[in-house]
Design a protein around this ligand. Structure first.
Ligand SMILES: Cc1cc2nc3c(=O)[nH]c(=O)nc-3n(C[C@H](O)[C@H](O)[C@H](O)COP(=O)(O)O)c2cc1C
Length: 322
C-alpha cells in the first residue's frame, strides 16, 4: 500500500507475524529503470517472506524489474492490475490493464522468463462496464496461461471514470461470491481474496472458499489485531507472546523489537520519524493513548532523535502494563 507498507512498517509487522507474506508499496517499473534502486528496493532480511509489487505495462521494463527483484532477494514479484488512480491510468497500468488481458499476459510471460521467482497478480473483479463474471474468468485464464501462479483479487470493481481511488475502495460493493466462484470454477488456480477483511475471524470465514486472504487497511491501522495469525493460520509459534492466551502482543514489545533496527537506521542517516509515523496505530483503546501518540510524534520529529525515543515510549507503556 502506497505510503503505508514501506520497509519500516513491514519491520513492525514482523514483530506481529513471522509467517504472513508482506508486500512492498507499488514500485513503478519505469522508476526502477531510471531511479535510485537502493531506495526503491532495499529491505531488511527479517522482512521475508516478501513480495515486490510493481506497476507497469511494458514487458521489457517488467522483465528488468523481475530480474532486479531476484537479485535483491525478494521471494515473489507481483503485478498491480488493481490501482485506479488517474496518474496510474495515465501511465496505462494498474486497474485499466484489466481491459487488455493479452497485454497483461505478455507482461507476466516476460517477468516469468526473466527470473526464477513466482509471478503473481493483484487485480479487481472488473472495471467500468467490463464487469461480467465471464470477463473476469477470461482475464484470469489468459493471465494464468502466461505463467501467473497466484491471483489476489480485490473483490470490488473499479470505476475508472467518476470515482477517485478512495471511493473506489469503498463505493463499489464487495462481491466475495465472485472470488469464491472463481476458485470453484478454476480449482487448479491459487486464488486469494482481498477487500474489507477487518478481523482474523472474518479471514477464517473467507478462507473456507479460497486459498488465501490479503488484508490491507485493517493491518495498517490495527497492527496488533493480527497477533494470532501465526498460530491460527500457519499453525506456528507466535512471533512474540506476552500473554497467557498465547495471542497477546504488547505494543511495548513491538517497540523494543525495533530498537536495534532503529539504531542502525538512524546511524545510517535515516530519520526516526520515518519509523515512528507507523507506530501511532500501535496503541489504541487504552487510557492515555492520545497523549502517548502526541509525545512520540513530538520526540521522534526532533532533530537528531534516535532509538532512545523508542526506549522511552516503550517504558511509558510498560509502566501501565501495555
Ligand atoms: C493508502 C492505500 C494505498 C494503497 N496502495 C496500494 C498499492 O500500492 N498496491 C495495491 O495493490 N493496492 C493498494 N491499495 C489497495 C489495498 O491493497 C487493498 O486492495 C484495498 O485497500 C482493499 O483491501 P482492504 O479492505 O483490506 O484495505 C492501497 C490502499 C490504500 C488504502
Amino acid at each position: 500500500m502506497m505510503d503505508c507498507t514501506d520497509r519500516h512498517f513491514r519491520m513492525i509487522m514482523r514483530q506481529v507475524s513471522r509467517r504472513a507474506l508482506l508486500y512492498t508499496e507499488m514500485v513503478v517499473a519505469q522508476a526502477l529503470h531510471h531511479g535510485r534502486r537502493d531506495r526503491l528496493l532495499d529491505f531488511d532480511p527479517a522482512e521475508h517472506p516478501l513480495a515486490l509489487q510493481v506497476g507497469g505495462d511494458d514487458p521489457v521494463l517488467l522483465a528488468e524489474a523481475a530480474r532486479l527483484a531476484h537479485d535483491w532477494g525478494y521471494d515473489e514479484i507481483n503485478l498491480n492490475v488493481g490501482c485506479p488512480s488517474p496518474r496510474v491510468q495515465q501511465g496505462n497500468f494498474g486497474a485499466c490493464l484489466m481491459a487488455d488481458p493479452a497485454r497483461v499476459a505478455r507482461c507476466i510471460a516476460a517477468m516469468a522468463a526473466a527470473a526464477p521467482l513466482p509471478v503473481t497478480v493483484k487485480h479487481r473483479i472488473g472495471i467500468d462496464d467490463h464487469d461480467s463474471y465471464a470477463e473476469l474468468l477470461a482475464f484470469v485464464d489468459t493471465v494464468a496461461a502466461a505463467g501467473a501462479v497466484r491471483f489476489a483479487v480485490h473483490a470490488r470493481k473499479a470505476w475508472l471514470q467518476g470515482l477517485d481511488p478512495r471511493q473506489n475502495r469503498t463505493i463499489p460493493p464487495l462481491r466475495y461470491d465472485l472470488v469464491q466462484a472463481l476458485k470453484r470454477d478454476r480449482p487448479q488456480l491459487t486464488v486469494e481474496l482481498n477487500g474489507g477483511l477487518e478481523t482474523l475471524a472474518a479471514c477464517h470465514e473467507a478462507l473456507v472458499g479460497v486459498d488465501g486472504v490479503m488484508v490491507g487497511r485493517a493491518a495498517y491501522h490495527h497492527p496488533l489485531r493480527w497477533a494470532a495469525v501465526d498460530r491460527e493460520v500457519f499453525g506456528a509459534a507466535p512471533a512474540t507472546n506476552d500473554g497467557d492466551d498465547g495471542d497477546t502482543i504488547r505494543p511495548s514489545t513491538v517497540i523494543r523489537g525495533l530498537l536495534d533496527y532503529s539504531d542502525t537506521w538512524c546511524r545510517g542517516g535515516g530519520r526516526l520519524w520515518a519509523i515512528a509515523r507507523h507506530l501511532v496505530h500501535l496503541v489504541e483503546g487504552v487510557a492515555g493513548a492520545r497523549r502517548w501518540r502526541q509525545q512520540l510524534t513530538r520526540d521522534a520529529c526532533t532533530t537528531g532523535a534516535g532509538p532512545e525515543v523508542f526506549e522511552q515510549a516503550a517504558r511509558q507503556l510498560e509502566a501501565h502494563g501495555h
